[in-house]
Write a protein that binds this ligand. Structure first.
Ligand SMILES: NC(=O)c1ccc[n+]([C@@H]2O[C@H](COP(=O)([O-])OP(=O)(O)OC[C@H]3O[C@@H](n4cnc5c(N)ncnc54)[C@H](OP(=O)(O)O)[C@@H]3O)[C@@H](O)[C@H]2O)c1
Length: 309
């Protein structure tokens, strides 16, 4: 795999199997037939399907009616497949307005777990931005509000904790991506009563296995995984190759399910949030909610296989 940064075999074994990490991993398991695989949010015990839906770029379609309706159809398919968490941000252009349009088009979504972010360097501007997001989605309140990219986190967490105390949001979290600001994320996880953390993790970007995922498990913080396909670059690359025959051993019919099952098999992960603009793709992605998950040995095999492409 030439376009990926180099990840040597030593790193593969070191990151996946060493330091007792193997003990954390589940044995190969199977979801109950026809019931989407879920994980509990530690703080509330609420069940969340292990695949959610992102909205960056894919849902930033502006006022184009065809684009908006296409996104609504993606949402319809997502809910029909048992999906719950949709993730967005005021940073994502028109995505929140498009989600609001989608929710109206599908006639409401009682299962929705609404997750958005606050993204402004001004603490004082946070509450107004959150209220505008709420209006765009058309929801009474958010299930999860996250500080986007650790921006002005002290001020925003103060606002979000107050809102949670007042019953105006159900969960509080913080996000980062691309492996950035992990030292800050670790410090916040250690010192703040956050319910969720959102980070990048996929078969080639595995830095979070070292400290963030173990700390999340220890502190009982739910984990959302962004960039499961490296914004499309990873899935486009692996799709140039044949899916290995042994992917059938973990009930993967396509590369999307291979990449997603690698992520959600980590016991500290609550859900991954692939973004898509296509109904056939959301259907493939939601297929990862069913069938067997890889155990530790299979996950190491998956890493080695992708890195060897
Ligand atoms: N700091 C942060 O808070 C942060 C940072 C990054 C991302 N996020 C969140 O995480 C979400 C996911 O990350 P991402 O959007 O960067 O990238 P991603 O989910 O890794 O990849 C999205 C890309 O994958 C393609 N794709 C999806 N399903 C596919 C399938 N079954 N087969 C082939 N291609 C498929 C999509 O194209 P098609 O439209 O053609 O399907 C899209 O271009 C974001 O949307 C956002 O909600 C948060």
């Amino acid at each position: 795999m030439t376009s990926m940064p180099p990840f040597g075999r030593r790193f593969v074994l070191g990151s996946i199997l060493a330091a007792g990490a193997a003990a954390l991993l589940p044995r190969t398991g199977r979801a109950q037939p026809n019931r989407p695989m879920t994980r509990k949010v530690p703080v509330s015990g609420e069940d969340l399907p292990v695949v959610g839906l992102g909205s960056w770029i894919t849902f930033n379609v502006g006022k184009d009616p065809r684009g908006r309706d296409a996104c609504a159809e993606v949402m319809r398919e997502f809910f029909a497949a048992g999906g719950r968490m949709i993730d967005s941000s005021p940073m994502y252009g028109s995505a929140q307005e498009v989600i609001g349009h989608g929710l109206k088009t599908v006639g409401g979504a009682p299962a929705l777990f609404s997750a958005t972010k606050v993204w402004t360097s001004s603490g004082a501007a946070g509450p107004g931005q959150i209220e505008e997001s709420r209006r765009l989605w058309g929801v009474p309140k958010f299930d999860l509000l996250q500080v986007h990219n650790v921006l002005a986190w002290e001020k925003h967490l103060e606002t979000l904790f107050r809102m949670k105390h007042e019953g105006c949001v159900r969960h509080v979290g913080i996000t980062t991506s691309h492996g950035m600001r992990h030292a800050d994320i670790l410090r916040i996880m250690e010192t703040q009563a956050i319910d969720f953390v959102q980070v990048t993790y996929n078969v080639v970007d595995r830095e979070v296995e070292r400290r963030i995922l173990p700390l999340a498990a220890e502190r009982r913080i739910a984990v959302i995984i962004n960039r499961p396909f490296r914004q499309g670059e990873l899935i486009d690359e692996v799709m140039r190759h044949k899916l290995p025959d042994w992917a059938a051993e973990i009930d993967c019919a396509n590369w999307a399910q291979f990449l997603l099952k690698f992520i959600v098999a980590h016991p500290a992960v609550t859900c991954a949030i692939p973004a898509t603009s296509r109904v056939d793709h959301v259907r493939e992605n939601m297929g990862a909610l069913h069938g067997r998950l890889p155990d530790a040995a299979m996950r190491a095999r998956m890493v080695a296989y992708v890195e060897g492409l």
